[in-house]
Each structure stands twice: as C-alpha cells, then as structure tokens.
Ligand binder design. Structure first.
Ligand code: 5GP
Length: 123
C-alpha cells in the first residue's frame, strides 16, 4: 500500500488541521487523541511518511531509535513513568489501524487492566 499524503495525521503534521499539541521536535509530533480511551491518551508520530510500525521499523535504525527516545520523553513530560503507562502500535486490519500514518498511542492515568478486552484482568 502506498502512503496517502492526504491522511488525517499528514494534514495535522502540515498544520492544515488543528491538534492539541503536547510535544514537537524536528522528527516527531505528539498530540492528544481526539477520542481518549484513558485519562491520558496521547499519539506520537514521526514526521516522515510511514504507514505503520511495520513500515517504520524498516527505516534507518538511528531514525527509529531517535523516535522512540522522543516517545519516552513525551511519557516523562506527561508524568507517567511513576504510575505506569502502555504503548500501543496498531498495524493493519486485524489490529484495527484506522489512520495510515504510523503512530504510537501512549495511555495512562489509571490502571489499564489486561492487555486486551476479555483478558482475565478485565473480567
Ligand atoms: P489507530 O486505530 O489508527 O491505531 O488510532 C487512530 C487514533 O487516532 C484513534 O485513537 C482516533 O481517536 C485518533 N484520531 C482520529 N482522527 C483524529 C483527529 O483528527 N485528531 C486527533 N487528535 N486524533 C484523531
């Protein structure tokens, strides 16, 4: 699948659509998810054109590493490391990825339960 430069996150990166910005540097942008699934729900994106984790993880290792350093920085800025947080990266249909620009969800601010709905911790 080719990268679609008109996807919603590409428009946010270009400043064509507003967002509640949390963090930005030369390679990454982080903003609040429009439909938060937890008290803290922030999306972190590389500014480059990558479809998903599967695509991004094949990029230059230094770029991949620098991006995840930025994700850690955002989690720290949000005050999450002490209480804990979860990172989610969806790739493709089975994972219900809905926006075809790679992004990491940072979720926290309350106990998040089991890994997936239906896990023992969620019953
Ligand atoms: P995915 O399912 O692709 O992993 O996650 C996409 C996420 O983007 C969803 O959690 C959804 O709420 C969020 N989202 C979709 N459109 C927008 C938008 O226009 N602005 C913001 N801030 N978040 C969005």
């Amino acid at each position: 699948m080719a990268y679609d430069p008109n996807n919603i996150f590409a428009k946010i990166i270009r400043g064509e659509i507003p967002c509640k910005k949390v963090y930005e540097d030369e390679i990454a942008l982080a903003f609040a998810d429009i439909a938060p699934a937890a008290p803290v729900h922030v999306l972190v994106l590389p500014k480059g054109e990558y479809l998903s984790f599967d695509d991004f993880a094949g990029a230059e290792p230094e770029a991949v590493g620098r991006f995840f350093v930025a994700v850690r920085k955002v989690a720290a800025q949000l005050g999450l490391p002490e209480g804990g947080y979860r990172l989610i990266m969806n790739h493709g249909a089975d994972a219900s990825q809905s926006v075809p620009h790679f992004h990491v969800h940072i979720l926290g601010g309350r106990p998040l339960g089991g890994l997936l709905p239906g896990d023992a911790l969620n019953r």
